[in-house]
Design a protein. Structure first.
Length: 398
């Protein structure tokens, strides 16, 4: 299969005059999503009412959509399930992993991890009260920090600020050699890079669906558990839909079969409808093609910016093997520069203290988009228009 990215671009609502390089934060609207959501509301919820749980297959969707996501991350069928938020899925994976290594007390992560993952670890340590330690090291120090004290290595594969990509198979092999388990956050990997969780032999993987997968604001998250572990996992968040027989309403919890036990609460039916339409686009995408196109566009962007914008410093690794599908640059007034770009219809985002982030998403970006972004950035840096007072005023979401 050879992916036609001109065809995939036509499947998104992209406002006239806008170059969208923020799909690493929120993907754009698939054109089919409104009709799919309308059908879920009118023909399913409206006409079927509560019978939609059976007639429309709402209850089965977390597993069905989980398998569709599983294809994109190299997960075997029946090992990925959808539901809840990414923070909840991080909590589930971490609690389960710690329970599988009760004699060890160290959770290893790195300073490039997404803060919410670290917060969840801190909260879980306090909740458990068993003397666990969160060990945070620099990204390049993770491998050396894996020792026989580590229970769990919890890493975000692609750094949300710089786009730096860890060597997942290498770190997992080292963790397993030391007797530790591995949790990978794929929030900036799923739909962005050529992930293969089965080949890498990861223990747990989690991720969201509103970034590169284009599921919409607040779209539900997913969790994957290796088949060799799933029957040993007893969820700490033992929600009723993770029960072996939820509609038996038994007084005590019995974990469901395999990955079903990682379900917690009621599925978000309307959000799943939007995600369903987004995943239809992925059915025609080969991940190797996507990765090749991403790297080509990223290289073009880096070369263009470095040639035309001398005031910016590349924050993303230059080596293609060490970066995900975003490019980040540093500027002392990065926030104001980004607001000026957005005002000119080039949308990226800012991460403190000085990072301008740009998502490189071949599903709907092409060379002309990259060249326009470079041209606009060069223009606002050259004429100093980014330094207007309104561009320095901080909004709640950066």
């Amino acid at each position: 299969m050879t992916t036609d990215f001109r065809a995939t671009k036509a499947l998104f609502e992209l406002p006239e005059g806008v170059t969208y390089l923020d799909g690493n934060s929120l993907g754009p609207l698939p054109k089919a999503a409104p009709a799919r959501m309308a059908r879920a509301m009118t023909e399913e919820w409206g006409e079927m009412l509560i019978t939609g749980w059976n007639k429309a297959g709402w209850m089965a969707q977390p597993a069905t959509l989980g398998d569709r996501i599983g294809r994109l991350i190299g997960a075997p069928e029946g090992t990925t399930v959808l539901g809840d938020t990414l923070s909840i899925k991080v909590h589930q994976a971490l609690a389960a992993a710690l329970a599988l290594r009760p004699e060890r007390k160290v959770i290893l992560t790195d300073s490039g991890n997404f803060p919410s993952d670290i917060y969840m670890a801190e909260g879980l340590i306090e909740q458990l009260g068993r003397g666990h330690e969160l060990r945070v090291v620099a990204p390049e120090e993770v491998e050396a920090a894996i020792d026989e004290d580590v229970a769990v290595m919890m890493i975000t594969e692609v750094d949300y600020r710089t786009g730096r990509r860890h060597d997942m198979p290498k770190l997992i092999a080292r963790a397993h050699e030391a007797g530790a388990l591995a949790i990978w956050d794929l929030a900036h990997s799923a739909g962005a890079v050529d992930v293969d969780v089965a080949a890498a032999d990861t223990d747990f993987a989690v991720g969201c669906t509103y970034k590169f997968l284009n599921g919409g604001p607040g779209a539900p998250a997913f969790i994957h558990v290796a088949p060799r572990l799933i029957d040993a996992v007893r969820p700490a968040l033992s929600g009723w839909l993770g029960h072996d027989a939820p509609f038996a309403f038994e007084p005590s919890y019995r974990p469901g079969a395999a990955i079903a036990r990682m379900r917690v609460g009621t599925p978000p039916v309307l959000a799943m409808a939007a995600l369903d339409s987004a995943l239809d686009i992925w059915d025609g995408v080969d991940m190797a093609d996507l990765r090749a196109a991403s790297l080509a566009l990223s290289d073009r962007f880096i070369e263009g910016v470095e040639a035309a914008c001398p005031g910016l410093e590349l924050a993303t690794p230059r080596d293609p093997a060490r970066r995900g599908s975003q490019v980040s640059f540093r500027h002392p007034q990065g926030y104001a520069v980004m607001q000026a770009l957005i005002a000119q219809g080039v949308i990226g985002d800012f991460r403190a203290p000085d990072i301008l982030r740009f998502g490189i998403t071949p599903l709907y970006l092409d060379e002309a988009d990259i060249d326009r972004a470079v041209e606009v950035m060069a223009s606002i840096l050259r004429d100093g228009s980014w330094d207007r007072p309104e561009f320095h005023a901080r909004a709640a979401v950066t």
